[in-house]
Design a protein around this ligand. Structure first.
Ligand code: XMP
Length: 522
């Protein structure tokens, strides 16, 4: 399989570079610039991309790489910092620019360069730099310039070395994907055969080789990642896999049964499936607790306890499998050079509560949408694979204040109605317009406020709960805006909830963005 290495110098767009390469159906991995040359040689690479980074390459101690990297005979493309570094290491000069370029910038390309094949001579790109290449290294020629930047891109075609001062990986560079495709497909000669079915087949083979006759234990949450991991492992090793699905009673309506229908006895895979109906235990532990962080802790700890008990029943296993995906790895600071954003629970610390020898993470190199593609490839129902994010503590953090069985019923029913109506409206919009609705939320659910208020229904006074609807649009879940759900849809939802869900007499819509609000209520 053709492979590209994205050598990470700490830039903010590095995951995007990897994404763009994979969109060209070429497999790639990100590694830190500290990766040893010998290791890189052993990777059997078709090409290397050096990313941007926050430093100036002429500063003492700035990230750098040995000259030999450019002498391996492997094509190299430097982006922004990567381009400057390549020039400096090979004998060119980089200096602070008198005019800083930032934002959309027009450049003139020399279309004769293979890097710019099919790119118009005048095109727009995204610049973000303080430094510029004031003198190119011997053997290089400029292949693009802007008003303020004489070397917006350069090449040494004979040696297959290329540098781009701007960021082709961001969408603000409309022709950027074409440039990256030119590099990986034409210049590096990758055949573009990286597809999900190839990934699925290869991974199944690798799992079989690794596991042999051993036994594997997987904690199945019903979320997308662990479900797809379960599917892969099931196809690879069948009954050698045991999935433990802990139903903590804080799942969405029918969710536990849906997971069991897919992975249980009469499901689509041949594996050992254990559903632990631990609802009651969680309700007892949560009773009377109102403090959000305590609630989260109680749910997390009880979850581990239940899993531990089940694992003990199963006995020693050789392997523990986890649904870790690529962004988890990168966010935990293990993939490239990005700052540690949060220590993901799936990565790094191995759980001590299960007796096992080794860990298996079959999705470790995939992005979320790739995980979804793999899931569909494995025949897991679309409904499960395309699920929106759902927090581990479940409805426990969507019920403000103390959790009771009655409140869980209310929030499950209200949430079901909200999602059903929104999904229907989205489908109707798409059918009519041939495109997704501009208000399509990325996450939407109903929560239970702890507020009761006076209302009137059928001439009777009521004193019931208020349900809150939340719908947000977001790309990274770090910031979010409330989604503009059409008023008519909200109106239908409100009417249905009041009519169909006992114990509710008021419906609110949460307009708050993040920040200051978070997406979840607790
Ligand atoms: P917040 O509420 O922090 O949520 O704005 C951001 C995203 O993370 C999800 N979320 C969680 N996911 N365990 C999870 O697996 C959790 O404890 C958790 N808390 C929040 C939330 O649904 C949203 O998508």
């Amino acid at each position: 399989m053709d492979k590209i290495l994205v050598l990470d110098f700490g830039g903010q767009y590095n995951q995007l570079v990897a994404r763009r390469v994979r969109e060209c159906n070429v497999y790639c991995e990100i590694a830190s610039y500290r990766t040893d040359l010998e290791k890189i040689k052993a990777m059997d690479l078709k090409g290397i991309i050096l990313t941007g980074g926050p430093n100036s390459c002429y500063e003492p101690g700035a990230p750098t790489y040995r000259k030999e990297l450019f002498e391996l005979g492997i094509p190299v493309l430097g982006l922004c910092y990567g381009a400057q570094l390549m020039q400096q290491v090979l004998g060119g000069r980089v200096e602070r620019a008198s005019v800083q370029e930032y934002g959309r910038t027009e450049i003139e390309t020399d279309t004769a360069s293979p890097l710019f094949a099919e790119v118009p001579q005048t095109t727009v790109c995204w610049m973000s730099h303080f430094d510029y290449i004031s003198k190119m290294a011997p053997g290089f020629v400029s292949i693009a310039h802007s008003k303020d930047c004489p070397v917006a891109a350069c090449e040494n075609r004979g040696k297959n070395l290329y540098g781009i001062q701007f960021h082709p990986e961001v969408l603000h560079t409309p022709e950027g994907t074409v440039m990256i495709r030119n590099f990986v497909r034409t210049i590096c000669g990758c055949d573009g055969s990286w597809k999900m079915d190839a990934f699925v087949e290869r991974t199944i083979r690798e799992i079989r080789e690794k596991v042999g006759n051993g036994r594997v234990l997987l904690g199945l949450s019903g979320g997308v990642d662990s479900s797809v991991a379960a599917g892969l492992l099931a196809r690879a090793i069948g009954k050698q896999l045991t999935c433990v699905f802990v139903d903590h009673g804080l799942l969405r309506k029918n969710e536990g049964d849906e997971v069991e229908a897919v992975f249980g006895k009469n499901g689509i895979f041949d594996l050992n499936f254990v559903r632990v109906n631990a609802q009651h235990r969680f309700y007892v532990k949560l009773a009377g607790e109102t403090e959000p962080e305590r609630k989260r802790k109680i749910i997390g700890e009880e979850f581990i306890r239940v899993f531990e008990e089940e694992a003990r029943k199963i006995g020693a296993v050789e392997f523990l499998a986890q649904g870790t995906i690529y962004p988890d790895v990168v966010e935990s600071g293990l993939g490239g050079e990005s700052a540690v954003i949060k220590s993901h629970h799936n990565v790094g610390g191995l759980p001590s509560y299960v007796n096992f020898k080794e860990i298996i993470e079959p999705l470790r190199n995939l992005f979320k949408d790739e995980v979804r593609k793999a899931g569909l490839e494995l025949g897991i129902p679309e409904k499960l694979v395309m699920r929106q994010p759902f927090p581990g503590p479940g409805l426990g953090i969507r019920i403000i204040g103390d959790v009771t069985e009655d409140k869980i019923r209310i929030v499950q029913d209200a949430d079901y109605i909200f999602r059903e109506e929104v999904d229907q409206a989205l489908a109707a919009y798409a059918a009519e317009n041939g495109t997704a609705a501009p208000w399509k939320p990325d996450q939407y659910y109903a929560a239970l406020t702890n507020v009761r208020s006076v209302g009137v229904m059928g001439d009777e006074r009521t004193y019931d709960y208020a349900v809150a609807l939340r719908a947000v649009r977001t790309t990274d879940f770090m910031t979010a805006d409330s989604a503009h759900i059409p008023y008519e849809v909200l109106d239908v939802v409100m009417n249905r909830i009041i009519k169909e869900v006992r114990g509710v007499n008021r419906v609110f819509f949460d307009l708050t963005s993040k920040p200051p609000g978070t997406i979840e209520f607790e």
